[in-house]
Design a protein around this ligand. Structure first.
Ligand SMILES: *Cc1c(COP(=O)(O)O)cnc(C)c1O
Length: 362
C-alpha cells in the first residue's frame, strides 16, 4: 500500500511528506557518506554536520540566543519529569507546578520524589477544560522554578500567553506544541519536548536550557541524569538517536522553507479555525471539550451527544481514511491532532465528512 491516509494521531504523529521523501531517497546512502544514516557513526564528520545544522536551524527558527544550550536526549519527555527536579531543585528544594492535565500530573509525581511541590493552580476539578488565569496562580517567589505544560495533548487546551513567573525560572513541557509558533525564548529557563508530536520521530527529546540552569546540576547526580554531562558532550556522551536527530534537522529545514514560525503559525491557526468553526456551527451536535479561550491549535477535542454516535463516527471515519480520531480514554469522544505537518486539505476533508455525518445522523 503506497497511498497515504490522514493521520490524526496524537503521537507519534504525521511528518511532512517532503521530509519523508527526502529521508527515503537518502536512506540507502546519505550523499557524500556512502552509507545510510542508520549506519553512520555518531562520531563521524557527517553526523557532526547533521547535529550542528539541526541546532543552528532550530536556534534561528526559535530565535534562541547564545545564553542557551540545545540538547537531544533520550527517555522521552517522561524522563524530563525526573531530570528537571533532580537538576534544578537543589538550591531551594521546592518548586511550583501548574496542573493542567495528565502530563502535568505525571511531572508532579516525579518532582515530589525530589523535593517539595507546591501546586500553584489546578483545573482538574473542571476536567481540565481550561487554562488557569494569571490571577489564579499561587506562585511562590522563592521557588526553585515554575513548571507548566504549554499544550495539553489529551484535553486539547493550550496556554496562549506565557504565565508571568517574575524572577522565578520558568520551565515548560512543550512536547505537543513546540515549533507551532514563535515564542519569546528569553522568558524561559528550560523547555523540553518529546520530538514525536511536532518535530520528528519518537526517541528524541529536545531540550533548550539556559546556561545558568546548567550550573545548578550537582556532581553527585548520576552521569546520564545530569544536564551538565550532555551540555559538555554536545548530546554525544553516549550514542544518541542519530536517525531521529537527522529527521528533526529535515523538519527544521522544511519549516524554514515554509517561511519560519510566523508562517507556520498562520497555517496552524487557519487549520484549527476551520475545525472549530465546524464544531461551533453544528448547533450543539459537536461539542468542544476546551473552553474557547483555552483551545489548542494542535489537539482538537470534542464530543457528540452519545457514545454510540461517537463510536459510529470513528468507525465510519476510519473506513474513509481518517485515522487516529479516537479521544484519550480520560476525556472520551474524539481528538483530531493537527500538528504542523498535518495538511490543511485533511482538515477540510474531515469537516466535509463531519457535516455529512451530522446530516445523515442528526
Ligand atoms: C506525549 C507527551 C509527554 C510524554 O512524552 P514521552 O516522550 O512519551 O515521554 C509528555 N508531555 C506532553 C505534553 C506530551 O504530549
Amino acid at each position: 500500500m503506497t497511498k497515504r491516509i490522514y493521520n490524526f494521531s496524537a503521537g507519534p504523529a504525521v511528518l511532512p511528506e517532503e521530509v519523508l521523501k527526502e529521508a527515503q531517497e537518502n536512506l540507502f546512502s546519505l550523499p557524500g557518506a556512502g552509507m545510510s544514516i542508520l549506519e553512520i557513526s555518531h562520531r563521524s564528520k557527517t553526523f557532526d554536520k547533521i547535529i550542528a545544522e539541526a541546532k543552528a536551524d532550530l536556534k534561528s527558527l526559535l530565535g534562541i540566543s547564545n545564553d542557551y544550550e540545545l540538547l537531544f536526549l533520550q527517555g522521552g519527555a517522561s524522563l524530563q519529569f525526573s531530570m528537571v527536579p533532580l537538576n534544578l531543585m537543589p538550591p531551594k528544594n521546592k518548586a511550583d507546578y501548574i496542573v493542567t492535565g495528565s502530563w502535568s500530573k505525571k511531572a508532579v509525581k516525579e518532582a515530589k520524589r525530589v523535593g517539595i511541590v507546591n501546586i500553584a493552580a489546578s483545573t482538574e476539578g473542571e476536567n481540565f477544560k481550561r487554562i488557569p488565569k494569571q490571577e489564579e496562580l499561587k506562585l511562590d517567589p522563592d521557588a526553585a522554578y515554575v513548571h507548566f505544560t504549554s499544550n495539553n495533548t489529551i484535553y486539547g487546551t493550550e496556554w496562549h500567553k506565557e504565565l508571568e513567573a517574575g524572577n522565578v525560572p520558568l520551565v515548560c513541557d512543550a512536547s505537543s506544541d513546540i515549533l507551532h509558533k514563535k515564542i519569546d525564548i528569553n522568558k524561559y529557563a528550560l523547555i523540553y519536548a518529546g520530538a514525536q508530536k511536532n518535530m520528528g520521530p519518537s526517541g528524541v527529546t529536545f531540550i533548550i536550557i539556559r546556561k545558568d540552569m546548567v550550573e545548578r546540576s550537582l556532581d553527585s547526580l548520576h552521569t546520564m541524569l545530569n544536564y551538565k554531562t550532555h551540555v559538555e558532550n554536545n548530546s554525544l556522551y553516549n550514542t544518541p538517536t542519530t536517525f531521529g536527530i537527522y529527521i528533526i534537522s529535515l523538519v527544521a529545514k522544511w519549516i524554514k522553507k515554509l517561511g519560519g514560525l510566523d508562517a507556520m503559525y498562520k497555517i496552524n491557526k487557519e487549520k484549527a479555525d476551520i475545525l472549530y468553526k465546524c464544531i461551533d456551527d453544528s448547533g450543539g451536535y459537536y461539542k468542544g471539550h476546551a473552553e474557547k479561550d483555552s483551545r489548542s491549535l494542535m489537539n482538537i477535542t470534542f464530543n457528540l451527544t452519545t457514545e454510540e454516535l461517537e463510536k459510529k463516527l470513528i468507525s465510519e471515519a476510519t473506513a474513509a481514511g481518517f485515522d487516529g480520531l479516537k479521544g484519550h480514554r480520560s476525556v472520551g469522544g474524539l481528538r483530531a491532532s493537527i500538528y504542523n505537518a498535518f495538511p490543511k486539505k485533511g482538515v477540510e476533508d474531515l469537516v466535509s465528512f463531519m457535516k455529512d455525518f451530522q446530516k445523515k445522523n442528526g
